[in-house]
Design a protein around this ligand. Structure first.
Ligand code: DOR
Ligand code: ZN
Length: 360
């Protein structure tokens, strides 16, 4: 094999971070932490547990449980977030931030998604919280969807941007805001126009799927997530944003594990567990788009730069070597056969994999 061909099959990048991740708790946490920590050095951990992570003590205890679950010999830093509600006290946020416990605060519009019933019912109710966050420099992470029943589920993000995000950015121009898991061309254009006040994360599943995926030969709850996947033109816009080399777009998997039985029920949960193959899934997209040279910046540079954190020193190696994704992710503690999670790309063949040995 000549050296050029050899080079094309290996890609060495700075170790990435995941700027949006659900780890859950208990048995699920103990199982899902390994695939993330084997690749990512840091992750912004979402607070939508039951009960939500809203106090300093809860965040510290949750961080401990996460660190205990990390396999030995792996260096992984969970970055904790506070769950905002109508009752959040600016003082607690400030104290948690000053003590280095809260990395950011998460705004879930009430009932927008999994475990958001205690979220914010009206953004104007948390004005004093946002004012404090702007002053102290605590970033605001937003699940950007309205929940009004008269707004079509596919329009929720665009309506949120127009009715809530634009006024919020005007009111708090120095607040650091990340619009999480963007799904539309509208969001792409809006974020580009507002950077550096605003940045956005993009998930692997929104880069791979359009809304047809949910309805191939029947209803496919494995592809149900929120914000819901959209029309093809939006997927195309997201792929070009992610691979554009623009620093306002960076990696955030939104990996959201749910047990099979919870996804396939009369009221199935939203969320896609992509942590098993996250960087491989992104690599596939960047490869298909002829933009592998942009993968490192998206995965490992734009996030830390936006948040003012150092870049990771370590490198990981991706190897182009087709491998089949298992159909099930069985929990370590599994006693009952039905307790498994279906990973993203279940049963598919992905073309890139992370080398377990080539780290330096
Ligand atoms: O699909 C999703 N799942 N979207 C979210 O916003 C939350 C997440 C979860 O926690 O399951
Ligand atoms: Zn999420």
């Amino acid at each position: 094999m000549d050296s050029l061909a050899f080079k094309k099959k290996r890609l060495i990048i700075r170790q990435p971070d995941d700027w949006h991740l659900h780890l859950r708790d208990g048995d699920i946490l103990k199982s899902v932490i390994s695939p993330t920590a084997r690749v990512f050095h840091r992750a912004v951990v979402m607070p939508n547990l039951v009960p939500p992570i809203s106090t300093i003590q809860q965040a510290l205890a949750y961080r401990e449980r996460i660190l205990e679950a990390v396999p030995e010999g792996i260096s992984f830093s969970p970055l904790m977030t506070a769950y905002l509600s109508d009752k959040t006290s600016p003082k607690i946020l400030e104290e948690g931030f000053t003590k280095g416990v809260f990395f950011a605060a998460k705004l879930y519009p009430q009932n927008a998604t999994t475990n958001s019933s205690l979220g914010v019912s009206d953004i104007t109710k948390i004005n004093s919280v946002l004012e404090t966050m702007e002053i102290i420099g605590l970033p605001l992470l937003i699940h950007g969807e309205v929940t009004n029943s008269d707004v079509d589920v596919f329009d929720r993000e665009a309506v949120f941007i127009e009715q809530h995000l634009e006024p919020l950015l005007n009111k708090f121009p120095k607040l650091k805001v990340v619009l999480e898991h963007i799904t539309t061309e509208t969001a792409v254009q809006y974020v580009e126009s507002k950077y550096p006040a605003l940045a956005a994360t993009i998930t692997p599943h929104h880069l791979h799927l359009n809304r047809n995926a949910m309805f191939i030969n029947g209803f496919r709850s494995d592809f149900y997530c929120l914000p819901i996947v959209k029309r093809e033109k939006h997927r195309v816009a997201l792929r070009s944003a992610a691979t554009s080399g623009k620093p306002c777009f960076f990696l955030g998997t939104d990996s959201a594990p749910h047990l099979r039985a919870d996804k396939q029920s009369s009221c199935g949960c939203a969320g896609i567990f992509n942590a098993l193959n996250a960087i491989e899934s992104y690599a596939q997209v960047f490869d298909e788009e002829g933009a592998l040279d942009k993968l490192e910046a998206f995965s490992s540079e734009f996030g830390p730069k936006y948040y003012g954190l150092p870049l990771n020193e370590q490198k990981i190696t991706l190897i182009k070597s087709p491998h089949k994704v298992p159909s099930k992710f069985i929990l370590q503690s599994n006693q009952i056969e039905s307790e498994y999670i279906v990973p993203f790309h279940s049963g598919e063949t992905l073309s890139w994999r992370v080398s377990e040995t080539e780290r330096f």
